[in-house]
Design a protein around this ligand. Sequence first.
Ligand code: ZN
Length: 354
Amino acid sequence: MNRRLFIEKVSRGALGVSVAGCLPGERAGLAAVPAVRAAPVKNWTWTDGGEKLKPDQQKRRFEEFRKAGINAVLFSSYNAEVLARAKEQGLETHAWTWSLCRGDKELLEKHPDWYDVSRRGDSASNKPPYVDYYHFLCPSRVEVREHLAKIVAGLGDTENLDGIHLDYIRYPDVILPVALWKKYNLVQNEELPQFDFCYCEVCCKAFKDQTGEDPLQLPDPPSHAAWRQYRYDSVTKLVNHLVEVAHGKRKQITAAVFPTPSIAQKLVRQDWVRWNLDAVLPMVYHSFYNEKPEWIKRAVNEGVSALPKNRPLYAGLYLPDLQGKDFDRAVEFAMAGGAKGVSLFGGVRPIKEG
Ligand SMILES: [Zn+2]
């Protein structure tokens, strides 16, 4: 799909369903439903800042986002100029922020002890699992929490920035999405020790203080419910602290999460229904789970049903695997599942022409 065609599709898809999807109570004709209007539809895109574009090109890009039905942009990079131009075009601006996966040279050199340790005893600082950038920090460490809080507070002071968007706010995948097993030549029907985190001193001590048991001495750590819960809680506490910091700066805070509450817990130990965010953006990337676009509706609905009623869910769609009509259908499935909009990954790019 070329870019222009894609933008037309977004426009038709996202805006087309917004009319039907935003007022479920009225549409169903339920007289008893209180006349509370659902949150308005909001569509997002993950993209770069396009800092090298000339001002008129940047203006055109943001105008096209708006025309395509995009309301909010999650920037992987930006400068003051980018944010100001996006605001001028009426777009919300969010800082797309890698959270626990941080391979900053300075951190790796000065604080290797801040990183996750696997059940096999390897540190993600020098032996990251799967890929060389998988340097995940341990969410249980006070120093890590303070470090990330400082980053969020700094973003909170940024002019023309509406929100902070957390990505990689989780443990490394203890189990990869099934479609990726082949790529890494793995069979992960169980939690393998080299991918199971975090068994650092801080985590082991905290769990022992809490329960009297050392995680490394458990006969079968993966089957131990309290140990799994400890790790869900560790990320949840961190997120909820970052929410307080962002709200203290009057900024929105959202996160990219795994597709459903159950998959998120199982694969990366995210218990995101308990995160006090302003919204969640689950990556309902059907192809990663060998599913068809129809699955998006079920996945979205599982999340919406588990979340507090007033917390919007925006369905993250993986555009490279949504060719032709599948894109329109994916948007419809997301809205039918109860999403308040979609967030697009891998499709909207800066204008390349000179
Ligand atoms: Zn740890």
